[in-house]
Write a protein that binds this ligand. Sequence first.
Ligand code: AMP
Ligand code: MG
Length: 417
Amino acid sequence: MIKPPPLRNDCFALPQGVEWTPVSEALAHLQSRLTPVTQVETVALSFALGRTAAAPVLAPRASPPAANTAVDGYGFAGPVQEGAHLMSLLPGRAAAGAPFNGEVPQGKALRVLTGAALPKGVDTVILEEDVTASEDQIALHGPLKRGANTRAAGEDVCVGDTVLADGRVITPADLALLSSVGVAEVAVHAPLRVAVISTGDELREPGTEAAPGQIYDANRPMLLSMIERFGFKAVDMGRVPDDRNTLRATLDDAAMQADVILTSGGASAGDEDHVSALLEEAGALQEWRIAIKPGRPLALALWNGKPVFGLPGNPVAAMVCTLVFARPALAALSGQGWTTPQGFDLPAAFEKRKKPGRREYLRARLRGGQVEVFASEGSGRISGLSWAEGLVEIEDGARHVQPGDPVRYIPFSSFGL
Ligand code: AMP
Ligand code: MG
C-alpha cells in the first residue's frame, strides 16, 4: 500500500517567487535592459518607408531655400498704407523655377506666380484677386503688411535642423520632409527578424483533419501577422510537439535564422511545459510572474544568445502579453526604442468590479464615444479578440467601474496593429 507523502513543515510557505511583479515594474525592467541588436545599412529613400532610422538626419539645405511668394499676384516693397494706391507694373514676371533677374524699384510692382523666388526689391505680395491690373499699372487698396503672402527662407526648416530622429519609423510625410531638404538616402536598421514557434501535442494545421482532442493552431498565424504589422520580419518556425528534442532542435534553428524568438504554450511549470523546462536547462530561464490578467508566467531566457519570449499558450493571453510586453521589447531590440501605447480616457459603457492585485486588460471597442467590453472575460474566447478593436486597461488596485466612468482605452492601432 502506498502512503501519501508527509506534509512538509514548510507547506504553507509561499512558493519561491510568488511575489507578483507589477506590470509597470516588469516593463521598466525590460526597458532598462534591452538595446538594439540589428545591423545598420544605408538605403535610398524609395526603400525607406517603414524602416527605422539608425541615426539622426540633419537638413543639408533650408526649406524653402529662398524667400518666395505664397500666391499668384503682384510683388513690391511693403508695407502699403491704408487707402487706394496705383503702382506702375514692370514688364516681365517671376515664376516658380523661372526667377526674375532684375531688381524691382521702390514703388513699382512685378507679376509673380506661386513658388517664385522673390526678386530683389520685393518683400510683399498682393493677391491677384485684390488688384485691378492694366498693361502697365495695378490699382489696389491698403493696408498690407510687409511680408504679406510670402514665405521666408528657412521658415519650414533651417540648415542643420533635425529632419529625422534616431529610431523613427519612417512615414510617407517623413519622405516628403527628407526630400524637401535634398536628402536621398538614410541609414536604417536591418528589419528585426522574429521567429515564431507554436508548441503543443494537441495542435493541428487548418486544412488538415483534427481529432476531437485536437485543436487548430491559432497562435502562430496571429503572432506572425502581429509581427508583420509591427514592422518586423516574421520567421515561421512551425509547430512543435511536446517533445524536448524536437523543441531543442527548433530553438537552435530559430536562433540561427532570427534575432528574437517567440514561443507560445508550454511556458508554465507543468509536466508538458517543455519550453520552460528546456530554457531552465539552458540555465537562463527567468520566470516572470507578472501581476496581469489575462496572463500566466512569462518565460524569458537567452537561447544561443538570442532572447526568447515564452508566451502563454492561451491565445487571449498570448495576444495581450505580446501587445503589452513583447512589442515594446521588440521595438527596443529593433532600434525603434521603447514604445508606450497611447491610451485615451473615455466613458465606460459597462460595469465591472475588480479586486486589487493585478492589472487587467479587457477586450474592448469604441461605439458612440463609449467603451464597450466583450461579454465574456473567458480567456479562451478567441472570438472576443476578433470582436475587439482595442483593450481597456484597468489599474492594479481595486476598482468599481460604473457606466459613464472614465476608463483607459488603448486602440489596437496604438499598439501598432
Ligand atoms: P499551455 O500554455 O501549453 O498549457 O496551453 C494553454 C492553453 O492554450 C491550452 O488549452 C492549449 O491547448 C492552448 N493553446 C496552446 N497553444 C495554442 C495555439 N497555438 N493555438 C491555440 N490554442 C493553443
Ligand atoms: Mg501546451
